[in-house]
Design a protein around this ligand. Structure first.
Ligand SMILES: NC(=O)c1ccc[n+]([C@@H]2O[C@H](COP(=O)([O-])OP(=O)(O)OC[C@H]3O[C@@H](n4cnc5c(N)ncnc54)[C@H](OP(=O)(O)O)[C@@H]3O)[C@@H](O)[C@H]2O)c1
Length: 322
């Protein structure tokens, strides 16, 4: 099969190459998917560069353990393992898999759900990681309820565009922060208020928010606590940071401080699960959430797509059409 193959760590254009590899064999508890589209995430940028270095414990110390990257997927079930009872060949699904930048990929049924009605495969592939972060951060970490004031710093990107829309569907009053050229997009997807970060600093607004999802994560905890309500929740979400440890220092700092303040400082990791993909599917099918697609690239342009996402200024999601 055709796949985007990675043999070393480095810049996407230097280490990724379109090649022919063996079609993966699914295990007994897995399905084999014919991939129609793959979503591109910051995680792919991190995996291709093997940065921060600490992540190489997971990716492979000297070279990538998985020669084919890509997690978010939409496709058709081609074959099912003998222990799989919930899916059958021909089912159209979306979710997370191993090696989505290829014609075929293995996936566990617990990480998949039916493709939402009315979405193309490309739109469906844009949903999983960004949608799961947004849903789980708002619902499980922030316990966002109607009337809550929510601020999304980085509102026009992949996670931000889902967070704004899901927060609105929860009945929150939403403020989105982005650069000037993306303010209109943030308003269009439902934000009640927008802040242009090139002109104003949200931490100096004097307003108070019950929940802040901070994708840019470029203010100190103290600065952000200033605009968090007394019992509010801050999710510092960026994985960016030093070459060795990335955001781990900031995460530990927030966790250590959290028990000593009335506010909740809660960095978290999203978890793929069918139940939450089904929730996202329902939000999409009811029209409350609509994926925002920035670019669609063919498989051969995966390096450029990953580099674009890595630059940190995407307008919604970037997708690979296989
Ligand atoms: N918690 C988890 O489980 C989890 C899972 C996946 C990813 N992540 C983290 O999420 C981040 C990627 O998020 P994403 O996929 O949404 O990224 P993205 O699509 O690249 O979007 C980044 C957004 O940040 C905005 N931005 C850039 N500089 C900014 C600034 N100084 N102030 C405010 N906004 C700014 C950009 O807006 P403009 O273009 O207008 O500048 C853009 O909308 C990564 O750091 C990753 O580690 C966490």
């Amino acid at each position: 099969m055709k796949a985007m193959v990675q043999k070393a760590y480095g810049a996407p254009e230097d280490v990724l190459e379109l090649g022919d590899v063996a079609t993966p064999a699914n295990k007994d508890d897995e399905v084999l998917l014919r991939v129609h589209a793959a979503g591109v995430n910051w995680a792919d940028w991190s995996a291709v560069r093997g940065m921060p270095y600490v992540m190489r414990m997971m990716y492979g110390l000297r070279r990538p353990r998985n020669g084919v990257g890509g997690v978010d997927v939409a496709g058709t079930v081609e074959a099912v393992g003998r222990d799989v009872t919930t899916l059958q060949p021909g089912d159209e699904v979306f979710g997370q898999c191993q090696g989505a930048f290829a014609e075929y990929a293995r996936a566990k049924p617990k990480n998949l759900a039916p493709r939402p009605a009315g979405l193309t495969f490309e739109q469906a592939a844009s949903v999983p990681m960004a949608g799961l972060v947004a849903l789980q951060a708002l619902r499980d970490v922030g316990k966002v309820r109607p009337g809550h004031k929510v601020l999304v710093n980085g509102a026009s990107g992949g996670i931000g565009t889902f967070t704004v829309q899901i927060a609105k569907s929860f009945g929150a009053e939403v403020t989105g922060v982005s650069s000037t050229s993306n303010l209109e997009l943030v308003r269009k997807i439902g934000a009640d208020h927008v802040i242009d970060y090139t002109e104003a600093d949200f931490t100096e607004s004097g307003r108070h928010y019950d929940f802040i999802l901070d994708i840019a994560d470029n203010h100190s905890i103290a600065e952000r606590r200033r605009v968090l309500s007394r019992k509010g929740t801050l999710v510092p979400n960026s994985g960016e940071g030093g070459r060795w440890l990335g955001s781990i220092g900031r995460i530990i700092g927030a966790r250590l401080m959290s028990p000593f303040v009335s506010q909740k400082l809660a960095p978290f990791l999203s978890v793929p699960k069918t139940a939450d993909l089904l929730t996202l599917m329902r939000l999409i099918e009811s029209g409350e959430v609509s994926p925002v697609i920035d670019r669609i690239h063919p498989l051969s342009e995966t390096p450029a797509a990953i580099a674009y996402v890595g630059a940190g200024h995407a307008r919604g999601k970037t997708v690979i059409a296989i």
